[in-house]
Design a protein around this ligand. Sequence first.
Ligand SMILES: *Cc1c(COP(=O)(O)O)cnc(C)c1O
Length: 531
Amino acid sequence: MQYRSTRGQAKNYSFEEAVMTGLGPDGGLFIPQEIPTLPSNWRQAWSQYSFQQLAVEILSLYIDDSEIPRADLTNLVDRSYATFRAEDVTPLFKVRDGLYVMELFHGPTFAFKDVALQFVGNLFEYFLERKNRNETSGKTHRLTVVGATSGDTGSAAIYGLRGKKNVSVFILHPDGRVSPIQEAQMTTVLDKNVHNLSVKGTFDDCQDIVKNLFGNKEFNTRHHLGAVNSINWARILAQTVYYFQAYFSLLRSLNIDPASAEADKINFDFSVPTGNFGDVLAGYYAYRMGLPTNKLLIATNENDILYRFFASQAYEKQTGEDGGVKSTLSPAMDILVSSNFERLLWYLARESESDEGKTESEELCDKAGQTVARWMQELKDQGVFRVADKAVLKAREIFDAARVTDAETSAGIRDFYQPKNANQTPYVLDPHTAVGVVAAEKLIERNNLKTYPAGPDILICLATAHPAKFSEAVENSLKNVAGFNFEKDVLPTEFIGLLEKERRVSHVERADPQLVIQVIEKELREEGISF
Ligand SMILES: *Cc1c(COP(=O)(O)O)cnc(C)c1O
């Protein structure tokens, strides 16, 4: 399998190149040159597979055996998910008849980004080790990962990369502006290759510094910068696995054979709390590969660019204070634009320009690249672009969108903790998952869905964070509910004492790229790295 850029100027990249460079040379994102289909007997053959076994089958459709031999891939997958606390890695939980949550938060940092980043860390290490084994000049290939975080990505990246050979990781966060738990999760990791930089400034300042460093050719060449943000293809790929796991676990729990007519009667809908569009995009790839999927529901908070796109065909940045980003109860979804949406746009551009059945030609692929490049330029210059009717119609075949306010999020947390009848199990939702669950209920109502077992619809909401991670929103929503006790009902033992643990963090007194460069180089030397 080879990879191309969504902006049309680069193709025939290997998986390794796509993963290690992150972003295409034309500024586009890497996508597979074609979407593989599932083996014809996949339902029977995979029905009893573990998460890890499914992962190997699915990943190997996108990674040639000549790039990563199957035995190595199996080993990478096994090591990546050995750090998860749940035996089936991403367990499914029924909250109401026909409504399930798939818990993606049993990894080291208690949020779904671990599912991808545990794998990405091992993948980086694997590729670097192999390069170094084959290097005859005596030089060592290394990677310096630099990233900015407002909270969640940083800790997942740190836990994915801690202790990895030939990788150093520097995570910049805005001083005093990440939640206490998130700050503690990042700064209590004491591995030598992990460096936290607390920068006086905002998250945007941190992000600008990171962009500046990536644009600094001399610095980049000296340190081989690597990125772990959600545009990395390996992250999307790793996330496709749990859609399959959800499908099989659900049918197993209902005692339905996946290859039976009974299974075919069920409509599978996925509701996905969405920010940068990585998680739900993985569902799109699963669907395009052949996973039975009725609708992928994009659940947004009040940062609703995607919701508005489906209503108006215009992809338009919000304007206002703080650069247009609203602070909500679900901060990991507070975005102005969704970086991974560009990947979907490429498919929409190609399909809307094709006559039925001729979507695969190289000419159409190149044209789609040009269209995406134009849209992205318009977004940059004018803050908006519009797509053709056909593109939105194509998207609506599989996607739907719902927008959930903070008030609805809080109400959802209360509602699911207080069951109204025997078909409901009390469940503490984190605010991001609450957005997904409330969106699912909106879809049920709007489309008049009949949920299983009374009807054919089953909705699976991806649970993206453990409720203890966003304790303030959860406690505020449930504080007046009799019998609720945060320590007893929510707090995992791993969080107890976390705030008091030893920390290591460097303070950067000004949001200045030069200062950050000084700190990075000083700490690399202390790590024993010469450059
Ligand atoms: C990152 C994140 C999301 C959003 O996922 P995207 O792939 O960016 O759409 C949702 N919830 C939580 C808790 C997250 O950390």
